[in-house]
Design a protein. Structure first.
Length: 244
């Protein structure tokens, strides 16, 4: 939550520092008398665009994607289509995202947003410093070949350091890497439950119970198995440690 509040305050402060008085909303079309009016109009448009895109961007540069996919695959592996509900899965992913991203958000606040609000640095330097912790997080969790893929697509030269990697290339590479990692983890989660399904189906066939759906027997067994091994703590702990 601190990260989202920081971005909102940072966006609003861009406009607030232009002029202390509140802007006048006028629907009429007229010529601009001063260049400052044009700058103010552009700032308002940028702020509105940032407020609309901020939630999506925050989810795309954090651990939310991996967590959400793994929890969804876990639910399917258990054979529970609507339990836990989507609201619970999304809420759990958001809470864990805040927990994992807190150090990067704090660093972004202290090096970028806070100095800008204290008027010690400009907004360009504040944006660069505020984004850098998240770039470090994405670089650490992005496969080199995925990043190279987008460099080849755009026909760009290889970067010399992390500062030379643009967000337009890093973000899609990070998402692709997160999708691949999430499916790898989901595959490992599926394996033990698949074995249970196979064993139950084989036992029912050997007993001649062809008409009895195997899912009726395997579902409670999988739930008990998940409870016995303390599955939630095991999966959440390993997921949190999977981020470099």
């Amino acid at each position: 939550m601190k990260l989202l509040i920081s971005l909102l305050i940072f966006s609003i402060s861009l406009f607030a520092q232009e002029e202390a008085s509140a802007p006048i909303i006028n629907l009429s079309v007229s010529a601009l008398e001063e260049p400052a009016q044009f700058v103010k109009t552009i700032n308002i448009a940028l702020i509105l665009a940032l407020l609309v895109l901020a939630p999506t961007l925050l989810l795309m540069v954090t651990s939310f994607t991996r967590l959400m996919i793994v929890f969804s695959l876990l639910r399917q592996a258990l054979g529970l289509q609507q339990t836990p509900p989507n609201q619970i899965v999304i809420s759990l992913s958001l809470i864990l995202t805040i927990f994992i991203m807190e150090p990067y958000a704090v660093k972004s606040w202290e090096t970028g947003v806070k100095p800008y609000m204290e008027e010690t640095i400009g907004y360009e330097l504040a944006f660069e410093r505020g984004v850098k912790p998240f770039k470090e997080f994405m670089i650490k969790n992005t496969r080199e070949k995925d990043l190279a893929l987008f460099y080849r697509i755009k026909k760009e030269e290889n970067p010399k350091n992390i500062d030379d990697v643009p967000l337009t290339l890093l973000m899609p590479a990070f998402i692709v890497s997160e999708l691949k990692t999430a499916f790898e983890i989901g595959f490992l989660i599926f394996l033990p439950f698949l074995v249970i399904d196979i064993i139950v189906a084989s036992i029912l066939m050997s007993l001649g119970m062809m008409m009895l759906p195997p899912v009726m027997i395997s579902l409670p067994i999988k739930i008990i198995f998940f409870i016995v091994i303390d599955g939630w703590a095991l999966i959440i702990g390993n997921l949190a440690q999977s981020f470099k």
